[in-house]
Design a binder for this molecule. Structure first.
Ligand code: RI2
Length: 315
């Protein structure tokens, strides 16, 4: 028997290729895949069931290294796996995965409303990349009847700003799409920068799509507050013990196609997907549990995750 079901393989491939992307969306898909695995495993042996669940979680964990929402989701579901029989184990995994996905959905709504509290009627925001949490903030503000406009950075190399532009248009928000290099030029017309997060470290540093740190420096220089919209699922418990967050390096072809590269001649290309913005360049981290000054996030991390740095899938 293969130990991993087709749905887990499909979800893992989609995450690795970024067809499924965005930290919260990745976590949601991973929890769903674990539930599918639990339904699929055919054994009466509880130990074999547990081993097959661990194999699925390993397959999912190995796809992308930076967004901690992925291991946090896997850990949450596997920690909820209880029972003496396969039937009990299966039910517990499916129930736990469902609870995870419902909580995630609620958290987005809550953090959106917390973030919207920072926006006034008539404000203009600047966004970077595409973050479901950042869009949730604008959505909540619009639902509160506030008029909000947006400058949307296209966000090379994969142009995820286009997704943001589309979603904000669907909310009726007037959108101006700009190239990344134009951010400084337009910041004077903005009241807030809103970005998401892939991981948040214990010192309040935020790891998000590459270009976030440069935008935060410019925003600080122009006096525009920077809001990070990120559920508590983005808190990286490993950083409590001093571990660094791994930054994913992606394919060189995302930056330059083969033909153009050939024409230029011998060059080195580097394509880190994320960068680290230090807490001093950020104003607030907005979560479903309220807003926090970045430096204070460590207390919330301790309260929610304690010493939970285990990897139950590698046991
Ligand atoms: P939400 C994305 O990473 C972006 O960096 C975005 O800000 C972050 O995930 C958080 O997204 P990628 O998957 O969880 O596009 O707010 O590399 O949707």
């Amino acid at each position: 028997m293969d130990s991993v079901c087709p749905e887990v393989e499909q979800v893992a491939d989609a995450i690795a290729s970024m067809e499924t992307r965005g930290a919260a969306t990745i976590a949601d898909a991973a929890a769903g895949a674990l539930a599918a695995q639990a339904e699929w495993i055919e054994t009466e042996d509880p130990e074999a069931f547990r081993a097959a669940m661990r194999a699925a979680a390993r397959t999912l964990a190995d796809t992308r290294p930076t967004a901690v929402s992925l291991p946090n989701a896997l850990r949450y579901v596997l920690h909820g796996m209880h029972g003496g029989t396969v039937s009990d184990l299966r039910t517990s995994v499916v129930t736990r995965a469902e609870a995870f996905r419902t909580d995630l959905d609620r958290a987005q709504g809550r953090l959106g409303r917390v973030g919207a509290g920072r926006l006034r009627d008539g404000d203009t925001v600047m966004t970077h990349c595409h973050s479901t949490a950042a869009v949730a903030v604008v959505r909540a503000a619009v639902e509160q009847g506030k008029h909000v406009e947006a400058y949307v950075k296209e966000t090379r190399p994969r142009n995820q700003g286009h997704i943001t532009a589309k979603e904000l248009r669907e909310l009726g928000v007037p959108v101006t799409l700009i190239v990344d290099n134009a951010a400084h030029r337009f910041l004077d017309e903005c009241d807030h920068v809103i970005v998401g997060a892939d991981s948040i470290a214990a010192d309040g540093s935020v790891i998000n799509k590459v270009g976030t740190s440069g935008l935060a420096v410019l925003a600080r220089e122009r006096g525009v507050p920077v809001m990070v919209a990120a559920g508590t699922l983005k808190l990286h418990p490993d950083t409590l013990t001093g571990q660094a967050v791994e930054i994913e390096q992606r394919a060189e072809r995302e930056v330059i196609d083969d033909e153009s590269r050939e024409e230029i001649g011998e060059i080195t290309v580097r394509n880190p997907a994320f960068d680290v913005t230090p807490p001093r360049h950020l104003d607030a981290i907005v979560t479903e549990k309220g807003q926090f000054p970045p430096e204070s996030i460590v207390s919330l991390m301790r309260e929610l995750y304690g010493d939970q740095v285990d990897e139950p899938w590698s046991e």
